[in-house]
Ligand binder design. Structure first.
Ligand code: PEP
Ligand code: MN
Length: 378
């Protein structure tokens, strides 16, 4: 921080400023200029009240030197040239086993848009179990029970009955579950079953919901709103970490990019076109994992393959894909869901791309930071 003195400031006023800085446990150094003098603060600026300093007699203004970060709770940069390492998020428990998001192996959350029946969910869970046996990649089961709808007439999900189906699937197949929490009212109920609590695009700005999920303390998948800029997304996630009780409830957040509202009638081509590079931006800005949702973004089943390949090459930590045993007859989002057989083929390609994309993107990022002189800490 620098404190710029007014041209009319006296030497005594400058000394008072220095005294104030020393009271805060920091050293100071003054640059004497032709028109005005500047008192610099040496050391960490965190916690310094620069508004108070700027109101002292003889002071023109006080200004921080360290870059202002509006999302300190999720920022990779924790000041003094230190950066947090990528965080690997653990999901599951002793009963179903553990999966890790953000590490060596990708995670795929698969399942229908809405939970419709137990048989439907079993078919998806069988596929995930088979793949689990065959591959090192990891699988979670998704399916909406409390569906957020844009209009008043759509299917709103099986609600509690849907959750119970997911609970039985979790027990029988020992697979982690992810489902959306639409409101604070049902958050505890969802958290009894779901290993990951999903915040949908429509709720991305719902501060009370974000607080509530932070207080529950389970891993949260936080989708980007369809008109939300990157900074708001990062700032919003701080609400989850802070929680309503302000206690800092843990840092298990997984971002999920799912695209934005298209401009100029383009929804006939893409439902919510994505700036896929946001995944890379988040990886530089935060230490938290980020996955991609090709289904809501593309909105058409024939486009899922290419979008998924793109995301895996770019270093995303996994995918959330709508997979339905009979997409044509799906109650919601019929056009964008793919069949289990197609997912099985897709995952082969995606696993390979992950092993190249994820490592090379991480190496490049680490090198970039190291070249700039930053040090990583856990
Ligand atoms: C979903 O994943 O089920 C969903 C409703 O997605 P979004 O919030 O991205 O629209
Ligand atoms: Mn959907």
């Amino acid at each position: 921080m620098v404190v710029v003195m007014l041209p009319s400031a006296t030497e005594n006023q400058r000394k008072e400023v220095e005294k104030e800085i020393h009271k805060l446990g920091r050293k100071s150094s003054t640059m004497y200029g032709d028109d005005c003098n500047v008192v610099g603060i040496i050391g960490d600026e965190t916690g310094i009240d620069f508004e108070k300093l700027s109101m002292m007699e003889g002071v023109d203004y006080a200004h921080p030197i360290q870059k202002e970060v509006k999302y300190p709770l999720v920022s990779r940069n924790i000041g003094s040239n230190r950066l947090l390492q990528d965080r690997i998020i653990e999901i599951g428990d002793e009963n179903i086993g553990k999966s890790y998001i953000g590490g060596e192996n990708p995670i795929y959350f698969i399942g229908p848009c809405s939970v419709e029946s137990e048989d439907q969910m079993k078919e998806i869970a069988e596929l995930a179990s088979e793949l689990n046996e065959e591959k090192s990649s990891q699988y979670g089961i998704r399916g909406g029970c409390y569906k957020p709808r844009t209009g008043a007439h759509g299917f709103e999900g099986l609600k509690k009955e849907g959750l119970e189906i997911l609970g039985r699937i979790r027990e029988e197949f020992k697979l982690p579950i992810i489902t959306e929490v639409r409101s604070e009212k049902t958050a505890n109920l969802v958290a009894e079953i779901s290993d990951i609590l999903q915040v949908g695009a429509r709720n991305s700005y719902n501060q009370d919901l974000l607080f509530k999920l932070g207080d529950i303390g389970k891993p949260v998948l936080y989708k980007r709103g369809f008109g939300m800029n990157i900074e708001d997304w990062l700032r919003g996630s701080g609400h989850i970490i802070k929680g309503g009780n302000g206690k800092n409830n843990g840092r298990d957040i997984i971002y999920c990019e799912r695209g934005e509202t298209p401009m100029g009638g383009d929804e006939k081509f893409l439902r919510y076109p994505s700036q896929m590079q946001v995944g890379s931006v988040l990886k530089y800005e935060t230490y938290l994992p980020v996955i991609f949702d090709p289904s809501h973004s593309a909105g058409k089943s024939n486009l899922i393959w290419d979008s998924s390949m793109g995301a895996m090459s770019m270093g995303y930590d996994g995918l959330l894909i709508e997979v339905h045993p009979d997409p044509k007859n799906a109650i919601t989002d019929a056009k964008q869901q793919i069949k289990p057989k197609e997912f099985r083929d897709l995952v082969k390609v995606c696993d390979e791309l992950y092993s190249i994309g994820h490592i090379s993107s991480k190496n490049r990022r680490d090198k970039h930071f190291e070249d700039l002189g930053y040090k990583f800490i856990n």
